[in-house]
Structure formats: structure tokens, C-alpha cells
Design a protein around this ligand. Structure first.
Ligand SMILES: [Zn+2]
Length: 231
């Protein structure tokens, strides 16, 4: 290996370690207040979907949510929403909440300077508000990464930062049953579950998760209910 290759490999490993720590840190709330779960003994949970809308998976996810008569929050990526405005409208029309997941979702987003970061977030907010005709102030940091710059941007833009306490790892675990097993082991009252509506097994994971919640006697509530209601 040349010196340059070693530097690239070490840089990549350092970035992975950073992302791993920072993703954990969203629950630790090292840099900013982030709603990750509700302290309650009631069997309620909120479902959240990141990285959509996706032309193939999001409609299937919406069909299942309608079938089970539950609502969720969709943290949309701006450039995805820009190419799928009708899906954004459908999400809102069917009673779900929209959240800002940045316009670019670039892997370098956490390293942006404050001005660029705010512009990216505002672009996503403007787009989602333009399509949905409603305010969009819920925000989920891309990759769940938080740092002082993101904390400052969120504060200045007046967003409510949303994390999770159940990371399904559906982006890494290929078998839906294994994803749902992981959720089952972590299931507790007041949980916020992180899922994605862009994966080949998104619908299968959701269907099995909804069945699990039903079997365990859990009620699915919206994020705003979980945050604001006396549950
Ligand atoms: Zn994401």
C-alpha cells in the first residue's frame, strides 16, 4: 500500500468510527436535545420512515399503514421529494406526518459549515412545505449524526429534532424476520422505531412489525401524540 492509500483507508475507518459513535450519541443527546422515546408505561409506539419517498416502496408502505389504520412519520430527503411530489401529497392526504431529513442527505452533510447546512435544511423545508401546504418543523439528522454545527442549525431554524430508541438496522439486515426479531427484543412502551421506506424488504418488515405490535398489544400513535399527549 502506498502512503496515500494508507491515509485514505485510515480516513475511511475514522469516518466510520465517527458515524458509529455519533449515531449512538443521538440517544445520548451529547450535542442537542432530541426526542428519542416517551417515558410512559402505556403500550404505545411511533413509527418513523427515513430516506423516502421511493416510487416503488413508499406506495406499498402506505398501503400497509392504511390496512392497519395507523399513521407514521416520513422523514423525506429533499431531492427524493422533488422527484416524487405526488407521493408526498399522498403521505399527507393519508394523515401521516412529514419530516425534514435534509435536501442532499450527503455523507458529508455532518461536516458542512453552518451556513451551508442551514441552506440545505431550508431547501428541504421549503420544498416539503410547498408541496404539502403545511409547516414542516420535525427534523431527523441524516445518519442520526449530531454535532455542534447541527445543534446550532436546528436551534436557529426552530426545528424539533427526532431520534429513535429502536434502530431496526433494516438497511443492514437483509432478512425481514431478523429485523423484526431485533425490534421485538427492544420493544418497550413509548418507543420510537426507525425504519426506511426505500429497501426491497421495506413492506415485509413493516407488515411483520405491525403484526408484532398487534400481537403484543401495542398501539401505534403519531409522533406528535407521543410527544405532546399525556400518555
Ligand atoms: Zn437517512
Amino acid at each position: 500500500m502506498t502512503g496515500v492509500t494508507v491515509i485514505i483507508v485510515l480516513g475511511g475507518l475514522a469516518l466510520l468510527a465517527f458515524l458509529g459513535y455519533a449515531s449512538y450519541a443521538i440517544e445520548a443527546q451529547v450535542y442537542m436535545r432530541t426526542f428519542c422515546r416517551k417515558k410512559t408505561t402505556e403500550k404505545v409506539v411511533a413509527l418513523t420512515f427515513d430516506d423516502g419517498p421511493d416510487s416503488v416502496q413508499t406506495p406499498q408502505v402506505l398501503d400497509l399503514l392504511r390496512k392497519y389504520q395507523v399513521t407514521a412519520t416520513f422523514f423525506c430527503i429533499g431531492h427524493q421529494a422533488n422527484s416524487q411530489p405526488e407521493l408526498v401529497r399522498q403521505i399527507v392526504r393519508e394523515g401521516h406526518l412529514l419530516g425534514n431529513h435534509s435536501y442532499s442527505h450527503a455523507c458529508t452533510f455532518p461536516l458542512y459549515r453552518l451556513r451551508r447546512m442551514k441552506e440545505d435544511l431550508r431547501s428541504c423545508q421549503r420544498l416539503l412545505e410547498g408541496i404539502s401546504q403545511q409547516p414542516v418543523t420535525l427534523f431527523r439528522p441524516p445518519f442520526g449524526v449530531t454535532n455542534p454545527t447541527i445543534a446550532q442549525a436546528v436551534k436557529q431554524l426552530g426545528y424539533t429534532s427526532i431520534g429513535w430508541n429502536i434502530r431496526s438496522l433494516d438497511t443492514q439486515i437483509l432478512l425481514a424476520d431478523h429485523v423484526v426479531d431485533r425490534i421485538r427484543k427492544r420493544l418497550s412502551p413509548g418507543s420510537v422505531i426507525l425504519l426506511h421506506d426505500r429497501l426491497p424488504h421495506s413492506a415485509e418488515v413493516l407488515q411483520k412489525t405491525l403484526q408484532l405490535l398487534q400481537d403484543e398489544g401495542y398501539e401505534v400513535v403519531s409522533l406528535t401524540q407521543l410527544i405532546n399527549d399525556k400518555i
